[in-house]
Design a protein around this ligand. Structure first.
Ligand SMILES: *Cc1c(COP(=O)(O)O)cnc(C)c1O
Ligand code: SF4
Length: 448
């Protein structure tokens, strides 16, 4: 066994942009741009990412630098100028107003997360959970609504900047347990954030351990969505409660449930370090399975070689590739977005070079209002060029795996850019979707 030196986490934020020695090679104007964007979108990075993941010889192109450090182009030129001007000339209060206005323009809640996915129990909304697909409930523990570093593309960014009224969080797990007891159709609980692995083991266990006992026999799988394997792998190796976390994982698997660590890795660089691989080994000794997922983003991982190498490495280390997502329609979307056709080309070029064990991955996938839509490919049907699409998950479960067709469009970036092909007026699910949404918004208006 290699000896791994423990590291104590240090978090860096806006105030450190002028202090970090690594950033001194940037021009003052570039640093100012980082500071300006960081007023609007959340910025946080830690000493592991700075010291071991980013290649400072290669900034600003280094993918992990782009992943964690805001870039001026992430805002529109007008917004950027405005923030810079107010940073230098204005009161904190005026700056705050400007920043909030810009945030509201960045579509803080894509895909109807608030209106349509928050369920009710005995006539009351259950805050901090989302239930969109029958078999899986998402829970957002209050203490897990932060991360060991923030991704510049984060689609949960409003949580981190404290935008009023749109924060998801559940303070205590009681209500959530009642909800699960009443929903026998649920097989999977997905604990998510932020990053629940920022929580102490003791705290995390308050959400997990009850599910191992009586009344929760229908829960087969506990998933934990986490980026800590990439941003802070010490969590599972040398942190003071690393052992407690591993024992908690073991408890789940010994209780006869499946524990799936849904690990967010954006680039193979994140699994190259000794500590990152040690974290994977430690997690796997508990009987937990690691499944991997990431969005496809311009400037970070928009090449098939990056994905091929990442999936190969993951399989070598015993992880199961699971999703390649399309970047969501929020935040600095315009900066990262990759058109649908290009996303499919990257996916297709990458997957053909890996063995069947890595072809478990599904993609490119859009988590959109009606459900999770996969882009299966491009085809010619009766002389018309079309996208072939299908649901992996739908608001109506019967939509799953029914192919449907959209007009080929090189510029389309998201499901909402697409129109039906082959003379159809609307996609097969649209009327039913309107009905489902109408019922759900009535329910949530009554119980608000
Ligand atoms: C992706 C997702 C799930 C899980 O879907 P799987 O197909 O089981 O991976 C559950 N709920 C929501 C809201 C999701 O976006
Ligand atoms: S790890 Fe996930 S929740 Fe955290 S900043 Fe990145 S994308 Fe957002």
């Amino acid at each position: 066994m290699l000896q791994i030196k423990p590291k104590k986490i240090e978090l860096y934020g806006i105030k450190d942009i002028d202090r970090l020695p690594q950033l001194q090679k940037l021009s003052a104007a570039d640093r100012l741009a980082i500071k300006a964007v960081a007023q609007v979108l959340p910025f946080r990075v830690n000493n592991y990412v700075v010291e071991e993941l980013i290649d400072w010889e290669n900034i600003p192109d280094d993918p992990i630098f782009r992943l964690t450090f805001p870039q001026g182009e992430m805002l529109s030129p007008e917004s950027l100028d405005k923030v810079i001007w107010h940073l230098q000339n204005s009161t904190r209060e005026d700056l705050r107003l400007v920043v909030n206005a810009i945030r509201s323009q960045l579509n803080p809640h894509p895909a109807g997360q608030v209106e349509y996915n928050v369920p009710t129990l005995d006539g009351k909304r259950v805050p901090g959970i989302q239930h969109k697909y029958p078999e899986t409930v998402l829970i957002f523990p209050t203490a897990g609504q932060t991360c060991h570093a923030y991704c510049t593309f984060c689609f949960r960014w409003p949580q981190f900047v404290g935008m009023d009224g749109i924060k998801f969080a559940t303070r205590e797990s009681g209500l959530f347990q009642d909800y699960l007891r009443q929903h026998q159709e649920v097989t999977d609980v997905l604990i998510t954030g932020g990053d629940p692995m920022t929580m102490k083991a003791r705290h995390l266990s308050l959400y997990i351990e009850p599910l191992l006992g009586e009344g929760f026999e229908h829960i087969q799988t506990i998933r934990i969505g986490t980026k800590s394997v990439a941003y802070w792998p010490y969590r599972f190796v040398t942190n003071e409660d690393a052992d407690d976390v591993l024992r908690l994982f073991e408890k789940v698997t010994l209780a006869g449930k499946h524990l799936a660590i849904m690990a967010h890795y954006d680039h193979w660089k994140e699994i190259e370090t000794e500590i990152a691989q040690a974290a994977i080994r430690h997690i796997r000794t508990t009987g937990a399975q690691i499944r991997t997922q990431a969005p496809l983003m311009r400037g970070i991982n928009d090449s098939s070689q990056v994905w091929t190498r990442m999936w190969q490495e993951q399989v070598r280390l015993g992880c199961v590739p699971y999703y390649m997502f399309m970047e969501r329609d929020t935040g600095a979307k315009h900066y990262f977005e990759v058109p649908i056709v290009q996303a499919w080309e990257i996916f297709q070029a990458a997957i053909q070079k890996v063995s069947g064990l890595a072809r478990t991955v599904r993609g490119p996938v859009m988590s959109a209002l009606p459900g999770k839509v996969a882009v299966d490919g491009v085809a010619q049907i009766k002389g018309e060029k079309v996208f072939v699409l299908s649901f992996l998950q739908g608001r109506d479960r019967d939509w799953c795996k029914r192919p449907f067709f959209a007009r080929y469009d090189e510029k389309a970036n998201w499901l909402t850019d697409l129109v039906p092909a082959l003379g159809e007026k609307e996609f097969f699910y649209e009327q039913q979707l309107q009905e489902i949404l109408k019922i759900q918004s009535q329910v949530s208006n009554i119980h608000r």
